[in-house]
Ligand binder design. Structure first.
Ligand code: F6P
Length: 572
């Protein structure tokens, strides 16, 4: 991320200071940090854009933060933020900008990137997406046989799936009323199992598919797309040419042309219009985006089509506005009050100085069911790197292992390890403060609000027990070892005033920028993902061997055994 002459982070003066400082805090328990400082909540809590970030339960003190802020300055974080947001080529290995923030700039903003104002392009693509959404919401988009569309299936994977999946799930309360009912579904897995379920249940006449793929080369998505195409052609067209026996039954009395079927049942979203055309997507059903939007940062533009279909364009624009509010804060707030900077520094402190390399994401709101999965890609695909931006192997830790689940469910699954395991883990608790105000029936509202209070009580209790351990109990009599809690486990809590499109936008942008801050300090490029390439290449070779077209004897004994087991099963 930084200039070619930059020193590696572990040689920076503040890194050395922090290493020593960490030793002095080694034996200090979090409960003592709270005991010693009555203003700890105020000192370590910040608010912006409808979010409250409580970092008081991190195992740090005022001096720690001062040294971490010095580290951020020495590593060039302020300049890097400016470079990111102004469209410099921060993605050094692919020599291009990473301009997801441009996707959420307001229409009257100007961002000249290498002599061209990208904001007008962004808003033109949003307008095109809006036109498609309006046609579907008005029931005006007709399938090849003339019926209005009821089901939209997004075929995409990674960034072309997880962001839209996560947001549509989080914002289902924001469905516009009085529109033609269109249900949105997601199929990502290359084994076809999610898609097979939809194909067994939906009417092809009223189903369309969105092929979402930045590259339009991803085999997972293209294999689902080909299956969907043949399913439609087999049922609707009079000259479907690629027909699999099991999918071939023709159900429609007046079959139509294959061209019309493909035209009316597929929308493409990609940075590669040529490939979309080659596949057969009609040019006016192609939505574009740009190489300078990373896949895992792409939900803000046309990849967000499923979101706009579920919540409407107005709410989609609110999502963008919330993210933009966080971008503005990230750019202008002083480092000591800057939420993404502080969250990023907390992570650096845990990984590099306290040696905590596991990080759990725990939302206490069922609508955020896919938030952890989304962050797993965002954080680990961005920062799971071991080479600096100048191509040198790092000799310090980078991205921790990150995983999570809805907190209330995880309490009954893996919290045992959080409280009593041998692995230190840092946790992020996430919850909305307000919930269920709009439920009309008073009795149901009362019950649901009580459930919300129950969830918040659990959220606050868990971070407290992780922090205090046994001391959370006021009456702490003698207990056997297996009933003891060590505490001293750090956590952050993010509270949303309410889960709205705008606060969700701000929350996602908070994590995007946190990842960037950490990448700058670790001197790695968060915008490429070379580590996924070799697996894809070897899978292609392996598939040839499985299909009997390659040399099995070249393979290792385990791979040979697995392939032979598969062949034997096929013979049964
Ligand atoms: O293989 C990883 C990856 O390239 C991700 O970075 C990306 O989000 C996903 O695959 C899907 O890529 P595409 O949108 O090009 O199909």
């Amino acid at each position: 991320m930084a200039s070619a002459t930059r020193a590696t982070p572990d040689t920076l003066p503040a890194w050395q200071t922090l290493t020593q400082h960490a030793q002095s805090l080694q034996r200090v328990h979090l409960k003592n940090l709270f005991g010693d400082d009555a203003s700890r909540w105020t000192n370590f809590t910040r608010q912006v854009a409808g979010l409250t970030l409580d970092l008081s339960k991190q195992r740090w003190d005022d001096d720690t933060l001062e040294h971490l802020l010095a580290l951020a300055h020495e590593a060039g974080v302020p300049g890097a933020i400016d470079a990111l947001l102004s469209g410099k080529r921060v993605n050094v290995s692919e020599n291009r900008p990473a301009l997801h923030t441009a996707l959420r700039l307001p229409a009257d903003a100007v961002l000249n990137v290498e002599g061209h104002n990208v904001v007008s392009d962004v808003h033109e693509s949003l307008a095109q997406m809006e036109r498609l959404v309006q046609r579907l919401h008005a029931g005006q988009w007709r399938g090849a046989t003339g019926k209005p569309i009821r089901h939209v299936v997004n075929l995409g994977v990674g960034g072309s799936d997880l962001g839209p999946l996560m947001v549509t799930h989080a914002l289902t309360d924001y469905r516009p009323k009085d529109i033609h009912p269109v249900e949105v579904h997601f199929a990502s897995t290359m084994d076809g199992s999610q898609l097979a379920d939809y194909l067994s249940r939906f009417n092809p006449e009223t189903t369309i598919f969105v092929l979402s793929s930045k590259s339009f080369t991803t085999i997972d998505t293209l294999s689902n797309a080909n299956t969907a195409r043949d399913w439609l052609l087999g049922r609707l067209s009079n000259h479907g040419d690629v027909l699999d026996g099991s999918l071939q039954t023709r159900t429609h009395a007046n079959p139509v042309s294959a061209e019309l079927v493909i035209r009316q049942h597929f929308i493409g979203v990609s940075a590669s219009p040529d490939k979309m055309s080659e596949w057969g997507i009609a040019s006016d059903h192609q939505l574009m985006f740009w190489e300078w939007v990373g896949g895992r940062y792409s939900l803000w533009g046309t990849i967000g089509l499923p979101i706009a279909l579920v919540v409407g364009m107005e709410n989609f624009r609110e999502l963008l506005a919330g993210a933009h509010a966080m971008d503005t804060h990230f750019r202008h707030a002083p480092m000591e009050d800057n939420l993404p900077v502080l969250l990023g520094l907390a992570g650096i402190w845990n990984v590099n100085f306290l040696d905590i390399r596991a990080h759990s994401i725990l939302p206490y709101d069922g609508r955020l069911e896919y938030f952890a999965a989304y962050l797993e890609q965002l954080e680990m695909e961005s920062n799971g790197k071991s080479v600096t931006s100048q191509g040198k192997a790092v000799n310090y830790s980078t991205c921790p292992v990150l995983w999570g689940q809805l907190g209330p469910n995880a309490q009954h699954a893996f919290y045992q390890l959080l409280h009593q395991g041998t692995q230190p883990v840092v946790c992020d608790f996430i919850a909305p403060l307000k919930r269920y105000d709009e439920v009309e029936d008073p009795d149901t509202r009362r019950h649901l609000k009580a459930q919300h209070r129950l969830a918040l009580a659990n959220c606050f209790a868990q971070s407290r027990v992780l922090m205090l351990g046994d001391d959370a109990l006021e009456d702490d009599g003698p207990r056997p070892e297996h009933k003891r809690y060590r505490g001293n486990q750090p956590s952050s809590t993010v509270l949303l005033d309410k889960l709205t499109p705008a606060t969700l936008g701000a929350l996602i942008a908070l994590y995007e920028h946190k990842v960037f801050v950490q990448a700058v300090i670790w001197d790695i490029n968060p915008f490429d993902q070379w580590g996924v390439e070799l697996g894809k290449q070897i899978a292609t070779d392996t598939q040839a061997i499985i299909d009997g077209e390659g040399d099995l004897s070249r393979m290792d004994a385990s791979s040979r055994g697995l392939i032979e087991a598969f062949w034997a099963a096929e013979q049964e």
